[in-house]
Design a protein around this ligand. Structure first.
Ligand SMILES: Cc1cc2nc3c(=O)[nH]c(=O)nc-3n(C[C@H](O)[C@H](O)[C@H](O)COP(=O)(O)OP(=O)(O)OC[C@H]3O[C@@H](n4cnc5c(N)ncnc54)[C@H](O)[C@@H]3O)c2cc1C
Length: 436
């Protein structure tokens, strides 16, 4: 048995809905060790912080966490870049950058998620001008199936780079990433509550573009008013200022107490609200780094589609509210700017994202997930790769013009399909990946 290797005692993902089927779990302490494990393995995969809700990170062979690799957060302020190790969590990078007066331009809702794992699935925050987190990546270094260490850069190999970052862990084990950074900025977060449902439907685009980052939290129950969370940049050069947040309140009123995005969960787990300005890394995520996020008792799904279709898509989902509401804890609507990654849900299109935090009951939830996919099919909705979905391989091939190119790139690095797994192979079945 390898020094860093252990038998896997029924290891699960964060939500506990997936038990990994790996024969061995490794936490290598050096890149050389990662190379040895990958080179010798017949089936291998990387595990980040385990925050995905499907079998995307699973393998029957060797599951590798890069958490114990030497910790790197190295700022190059001259070139506006930060180099980080793959296992680093966004919250750790954010703290260090903010202390140095620097920033990432956006974050997801959770600071606990690893940078490599988030970028691998297209994790995003919100904002009409903010692409998903993988768009900030400038270079990656990964251990590829042969055991070799390969670096792919945005400037040195632009096309291949666009297939290699948001790659579902399919090409290699990422040991390092270099991210673009910007000057530090402050954000003030305010919540509008009791916004009537019909106001949201009518003014969706206006609301979603009313601050730097906007989330609409909805129960999809027309009788329950909605909450609009707005994160505005303070005194920035794009004209965002707390006082310049869209003055309308769409029939709602500013909250006078702090909230948690999840109904019934403690407000102190959520980042500071009530308009108190503070550093970007303590406002852009919904949850604080030093608290357990959410409850874990949940499943999640999310669909991304062209931003200009937000209104009709809202109307289509409204037709099946009576199915959605009973199995939903909370829904969230966000925006994500376009990017150029081959298999990004936002590739080539500014997008709206309809997110669903479900009750932890797959039997009750899965038929509703399929019903949502049926409603959103006319809008060419792409599922979030890290969440629960039932979209067919044929539909995925149709939604992603470069899925075939991605499969060809994977075959080049991985001719024996070491880094595939049952779930991911199935997604790519329609572009020629055989079933296991
Ligand atoms: C409470 C909660 C809140 C969330 N909020 C958001 C949100 O705001 N926005 C959003 O878009 N998503 C959100 N998600 C989903 C989450 O961001 C994604 O599932 C993300 O991929 C999880 O990252 P991870 O490090 O846990 O990766 P894992 O789930 O561990 O792995 C995901 C994929 O990344 C690959 N991977 C991980 N590490 C590496 C590596 N070093 N090298 C190569 N491949 C690697 C794995 O092989 C796998 O394919 C949320 C999830 C939870 C549980």
């Amino acid at each position: 048995m390898h020094s860093s290797e252990s038998q896997v005692p029924a290891m699960t993902n964060w939500a506990g809905n997936i038990s990994f089927s790996a024969a061995r779990f490794h936490r290598p302490a050096s890149v050389g060790e990662v190379q040895q494990i990958v080179g010798a393995s017949k089936a291998v995969r990387a595990l980040g912080t385990g925050h995905s809700f499907n079998r995307i990170a699973d393998t029957t062979g060797d599951l590798i966490s890069v958490t114990d690799l030497p910790r790197i957060i190295e700022v190059d302020s001259q070139r506006s870049l930060v180099r980080v190790s793959g296992g680093i969590r966004y919250g750790e990078v954010g703290g260090q950058l903010a202390a140095a007066g620097l920033a990432l331009s956006n974050t997801g809702s959770l600071p606990h998620i690893s940078v490599a794992g988030a970028c691998a699935t297209g994790t995003h925050g919100s904002g009409v001008g903010n692409p998903n987190l993988s768009d900030a990546v400038q270079e990656i270094t990964m251990v590829v199936p042969s055991g070799d260490l390969v670096t792919v850069g945005r400037d040195t190999a632009p096309d291949e780079f666009s297939g290699s970052v948001l790659a579902l862990g399919r090409l290699g084990i990422i040991t390092e990433l270099t991210l673009r950074i910007v000057p530090g900025f402050e954000v003030s977060q305010t919540v509008l509550e009791d916004v009537p449902d019909d106001q949201v439907g009518t003014h969706l685009m206006e609301i979603l573009s009313s601050a730097y980052s906007v989330s609409i939290f909805t129960s999809w129950n027309p009788m329950v008013p909605q909450r609009i969370w707005r994160k505005a940049r303070v005194l920035d050069d794009n004209g965002f200022h707390p006082k310049s947040v869209h003055p309308k309140s769409w029939g709602g009123r500013p909250a006078t107490v702090a909230h948690n995005p999840l109904p019934g969960m403690p407000a102190e787990h959520a980042t500071q609200q009530l308009g108190v300005p503070g550093p970007w890394n303590e406002r852009l995520p919904h949850f604080r780094l030093n608290f357990t996020p959410s409850s874990g008792e949940e499943l999640q799904s999310e669909y991304l589609l062209p931003l200009e279709l937000a209104g009709p898509a809202w109307a289509a989902l409204s037709e099946i509210r009576q199915k959605i509401a009973p199995v939903l804890q909370i829904g969230e609507i966000r925006t994500v700017a376009r990017d150029s990654m081959w298999i990004s849900p936002c590739t080539g299109q500014d997008s709206v994202a309809f997110h669903f935090t479900w009750i932890p009951d797959p039997v009750a939830v899965l038929p509703v997930v399929t019903a949502i996919e049926r409603q959103l099919a006319p809008f060419r909705a792409r599922p979030h790769w890290g969440k629960v979905f039932t979209t067919s391989p044929e539909a995925l091939a149709n939604l992603y013009p470069r899925l075939g190119d991605f499969h060809a790139l994977a075959q080049r690095y991985d001719p024996t399909n070491k880094l595939g797994n049952e779930e991911v192979d199935n997604w790519f079945r329609a572009v020629g990946v055989p079933s296991r």
